[in-house]
Ligand binder design. Structure first.
Ligand SMILES: [Zn+2]
Length: 461
């Protein structure tokens, strides 16, 4: 075996755009193929040429279906990639939802740019199309957990459950008797719905995410805060609007609602999931209960862990409009999670001017989003071209993150029986990377390297 190299094409000193190119003996495998998201300088990288011809990549391996790990696939295909894309069956399911949806957003952005002429390019083209997304989906090759499979001659991969999202995995790459563990995103311990991140005893090289490398999550309050918000809102005869990411978060919200209802800690209210993508994702979660938290699986297999007594899924636009127009007390879960688009905007439009209502945010709110404005105390909000007064209560829950915090990362690393020859830190902002790198050096004595964008390293194997 020649000297393998790794090139960091994304998620280097930032949290999006995960792409790691492994090269050995003339073979090239790309592990993750994510979109850059967030600030404009980062998003522009999606348009830059890869430092390698897409046709020269032999295979892709995906750790999970979040867009910052898979959302560049249609672009890779439009540039001529024709190899296979290896992932778990759960990741394949979720990709079938998120890739076409992402393509529709790209096409809509291009249409908007052309309509309002805010582009130097004429006409503006989408980063990729629904057709590109469909072609990418055809290349997906599902492989179950813990089943080593050759992805190109001489390189074998097995997927290990990471507990971060349905189908999420670490990809363990074997080159002869050496292993490289691509950690993907690391899940959390003792959370409902998803299992704990699987322990790993050894790897010769480790790639480790650092999103919360300098922070701890709020301790779990057994959904006390959620119960208070619901009881207060119900007491006023109001509605509770929960903006939520369509995949993953909706399942956790429903799980807690069902538990609170069963324990009679909240009144039984109509609960609506108003998002076609969330409804489809929920079905995939229910189809793959055996991959979820074993306790959930054992205790509630016969029932439905997510089915509150008065649960309604809202698929059609007409149903959604009727729900927006209704003033009856209810809990409405709708996407998007940061109120940047989607059906939740119509619910906010109707709910914000009424002081009986509550809007509860359950995820991170990025700078510049409507969600962030609301949690920062905005008294009015621009939606659909008009200002809406904010009289409803605004609240937030910080306990529902899908990423391990610093303590959980260290707990997972403590399962290693010998240190990797090198641990590369990826998928973090500079402060998190520095803090986690220093902590690993101090507490474990492992060699650590913080990866740079487009940096190429020879692996110490
Ligand atoms: Zn993720």
């Amino acid at each position: 075996m020649g000297m393998p190299s790794l090139t960091f094409l994304g998620a280097a000193r930032t949290v999006t755009g995960s792409k790691h190119l492994l090269e050995v003996d003339g073979r090239r495998v790309l592990v993750d193929c994510g979109l850059f998201q967030g600030l404009k300088d980062l998003r522009l990288r999606n348009w830059a040429a890869l430092p390698i011809d897409a046709k020269a990549i032999d295979a892709v391996v995906l750790t999970h279906a979040h867009l910052d790990h898979c959302g560049y696939l249609p672009r890779l295909v439009s540039q001529g990639f024709r190899g296979r894309i290896f992932c778990t069956p759960g990741t394949k399911d979720l990709c079938s939802l998120v890739l076409p949806d992402s393509a529709r957003i790209q096409e809509e952005d291009a249409r908007q740019a052309n309509r309002h002429h805010y582009t130097k390019h004429s006409p503006a083209l989408p980063l990729y199309t629904e057709n590109d997304a469909a072609r990418a989906l055809e290349l997906l090759q599902p492989v179950g957990y813990d089943r080593p499979v050759p992805v190109v001659p001489g390189i074998t991969v097995d997927f290990i459950n990471a507990g971060h999202l349905l189908g999420s995995a670490y990809a363990r790459v074997r080159l002869g008797d050496k292993t490289i563990l691509f950690g993907g995103d690391l899940g959390r311990y003792g959370r409902p719905v998803l299992p704990d991140p699987s322990p790993v005893a050894a790897a010769d090289v480790l790639l480790l995410e650092s999103t919360y490398g300098d922070r701890l999550h709020e301790p779990d309050d057994d959904s006390m805060h959620l119960a208070e918000v619901i009881n207060r809102t119900a007491g006023r005869g109001g509605r509770l609007i929960i903006p939520s990411f369509a995949i993953g978060r909706v399942e956790e919200v429903l799980y807690w609602l069902k538990r609170l209802e069963d324990a009679r800690r909240i009144p039984v209210l109509p609960v609506y999931v108003d998002s076609p993508m969330a409804i489809a994702a929920l079905q995939f979660y229910m189809k793959r209960m055996n991959e979820l938290d074993p306790e959930l699986h054992a205790a509630e297999r016969a029932l439905c862990a997510f089915c509150t007594s008065r649960l309604t899924t809202v698929d059609s636009v007409e149903q959604s409009k009727a729900l927006v127009a209704s003033r009856d007390p209810a809990i409405v879960i709708a996407a998007s999670g940061m109120a940047t688009g989607g059906r939740v905007l119509h619910h906010l439009d109707a709910a914000l001017p009424d002081e009986r209502n509550t809007v509860l945010f359950v995820g991170y709110q990025a700078a510049g989003t409507r969600g962030r404005s609301l949690v920062d105390g905005a008294k009015q909000l621009k939606m659909h071209g008009q200002f809406v007064r904010v009289l409803a209560a605004i609240d937030r829950l910080d306990s529902m993150s899908a990423h391990a915090d610093a303590g959980e990362i260290m707990r997972w690393l403590s399962g290693f029986e010998r240190p990797p020859a090198m641990t590369y830190l990826v998928h973090g902002e500079p402060a998190s990377l520095d803090a986690l790198g220093a902590r690993i050096g101090r507490e474990l004595g492992w060699p650590v390297h913080i990866a740079d964008y487009l940096e190429r390293v020879q692996l110490p194997l």
